[in-house]
Ligand binder design. Sequence first.
Ligand SMILES: [Zn+2]
Length: 119
Amino acid sequence: MRIEDLNIQPITAFEVAGSHLVMVYPSIFQGVTVVFCAKAKNADVVQVIHDCTLCQAYGHKRCPYIKEGIKHFMMYKEKRFSSYNILRRHVPVNPKWKQIPVPTVEVERKGVQENEPVT
Ligand SMILES: [Zn+2]
């Protein structure tokens, strides 16, 4: 089985400082895997802070957690980002973060509908 094909369902999400998103996924090994996403200073770039066993074994470009994290971040922001920067660092869950519902595709669909031209 390819690691890119892993089906990863988020456990929960946190909002940090009102604009950053932290996604928590079950680790395929033990415990949880955390992906921190923020908007980089360059408009269309996601700043990702993340590290995990898969990143260490296969490189972050193949990490399915980063892929999922960015997907959820785009749903959260209702916006597409063209690329990302990675800061390889393990992010511990902070109990002070605000827990929010996991962003879903419904937000994205709603956004698309709003942009449809009125006929
Ligand atoms: Zn990873």
